[in-house]
Ligand binder design. Structure first.
Ligand code: HEM
Length: 276
């Protein structure tokens, strides 16, 4: 009789540690959070920071997949990948709840230990922004000193973004988008284009005719919405913890984050709403 397939976590299980630990390197994972103060809150801060980093990567995996699927005009499959990305993004937004359980005095008890460490130096967050299409020269400059250290980041910067692939797809579907908009230098920043806005307008005016593009438009909007939701909640957490103190990364803190919050991924999908 045919044997049922074994659980993948059991495959590496031989001697010593149980397979759950050896397969997923759980022992190494739990060695990574090393608080430097006596504050029990610092351990939670480190745990949640690590969880968020891993979730950035989980979103990136789906975005990379969607990008490849769009390149091959597999719109349905790309939409499925983006739906999975959105689920992870919701986890990222909800994870802020754990930070707000800490009072400002509890945070300040270990904040000095961070030195100049800041989320601005998160290469995985930046790779995700690049893959989605935000190749902001300010943030490129922030990490360009170290870009060679992080292959994921370099690849994300110099590969056409998810939105570049979306625009190429719209062109293949007949949209009149100028070549310099959809075939840009991959590392260059993106500027909103009236031709792209018109293409989305046509999709929203006749959703039944453009069903796959309409589903894609709404999923991209959801990805963008969840990203902005994450940024807006981070901003509130920062105000709650620090007021308007400067950030450890050398920015003005709240005011700087407010300007970052104004950015929208896939900008024409937001502005087209006014035209409907
Ligand atoms: C008490 C909690 C937190 C506070 C007070 C805080 C504060 C700040 C401040 C002030 C900045 C502006 C840059 C600077 O440092 O000068 C910043 C940026 C950033 N933080 Fe946080 N942060 C907190 C938690 C987190 C966590 C848990 C993450 C995720 C791992 C995170 C990710 C980021 C990212 C990615 C940026 C850069 C945003 C961008 O460039 O668009 N932060 N944070």
């Amino acid at each position: 009789m045919e044997q049922p397939p074994s659980c993948p976590v059991q495959q590496n299980g031989s001697e010593g540690a149980p397979p759950y630990v050896t397969y997923a390197h759980m022992d190494r994972l739990h060695e990574l959070q090393q608080p430097r103060s006596d504050s029990p809150r610092e351990l939670t801060f480190l745990l949640i920071s690590h969880v968020k980093e891993l979730l950035f990567r989980a979103v990136l995996v789906e975005v990379d997949q969607a990008r490849e699927q769009l390149r091959q005009t597999q719109v349905d499959q790309a939409c499925d990948s983006l739906s999975r990305a959105v689920r992870v993004q919701r986890l990222l937004v909800n994870a802020w709840d754990t930070m707000t359980a800490m009072s400002p005095d509890e945070f300040l008890a270990f904040r000095d230990i961070l030195g100049e460490a800041s989320g601005t130096q998160s290469f995985m967050y930046r790779a995700l922004e690049f893959a989605l299409g935000n190749k902001d020269p300010r943030t490129v400059a922030q990490c360009s000193r170290s870009i060679g250290l992080y292959p994921e980041l370099e690849r994300a910067l110099y590969t056409p973004s998810l939105y570049d692939e979306v625009l190429s797809l719209l062109v293949r579907m007949g949209a009149a988008i100028p070549r310099d908009v959809y075939e840009r230098e991959p590392g260059a920043p993106y500027s909103p284009s009236p031709a792209v806005e018109q293409a989305w307008l046509a999709v929203y005016q006749e959703p039944a005719r453009w069903r796959p593009a309409h589903r894609l438009a709404e999923l991209l909007t959801e990805v963008s919405y969840q990203f902005s939701h994450w940024r807006a909640t981070h901003l509130l957490v920062v105000e709650r913890m620090l007021g308007s103190k400067p950030g450890t990364g050398g920015t003005a803190g709240l005011d700087w984050l407010r300007s970052v919050n104004e950015h929208r991924f896939f900008p024409e999908l937001w502005t087209v709403r006014t035209l409907l």
